[in-house]
Design a protein around this ligand. Sequence first.
Ligand code: PEP
Length: 254
Amino acid sequence: MAAKKWVIGNWKLQGSLSSNQALIEGIRARLPALDERVGMAVCPVFPYLPQVGGLIQGSGIELGAQNLSEQAKGAYTGEVAGAMLKEVGAKFVIVGHSERRSYQGEDDALIAKKTRAALDSGLIPVVCLGETKEERDSGETWDILLRQLNAVFDLIDAAKDEVVLAYEPRWAIGTGVSATPEMIADVHGFLRAYLVAKDAAFGARTPILYGGSMNGANAASIAAVKDVDGGLIGSASLKADEFVVIYEALRAAD
Ligand code: PEP
């Protein structure tokens, strides 16, 4: 079974009641129906999850969150638990995003716990992995990816858990410079082999997304790369027309 493709918008720390509404209405107007082989999801900040959940109703677009606590409940001021995200309609939650690794100091161990917490809450974690520019230049990409993978897969049961992986080279996020199709092919092939080695069926059905300055102009060439099962899109997901162009590129690719 081939992996389902996903185009997931990471809205980051952006949005307002009015701009969220305009964005979802813009997407819906341009894309009256989703292809069942290619899903779409949007990940607003926590306070807007119920609003956006209402706006996407009946569209087939899914809801995701950008973060969760590794804790289920308790005295953890400011945290949000997976069950709460699930209750307000989230299907996905992003974990391991490089901005949280950099600015919140999240390490592999915490990301693994968050991944487990998401799964235990019935959410699908979108687990982000990727190397820095320095790590790539010094030939460490494979070691870094393996370290990040091993940390989360220590707590994942390949026989039953459902996850999405997102290869997001840290130097490509928000920079306007995406990885080349050759780099993406190499890494996605490596990730697929890692997943298949865990469990053949799991490896085949787990979507591997690319993220990092994917936009309307480069979507078709990235979508055509083997083992690319979609995109995790930052800034281009805030523009309805561009987000839909990316979706259409994924739909058009084999
Ligand atoms: C991201 O934040 O996950 C991302 C891919 O951002 P951008 O598309 O803006 O590079």
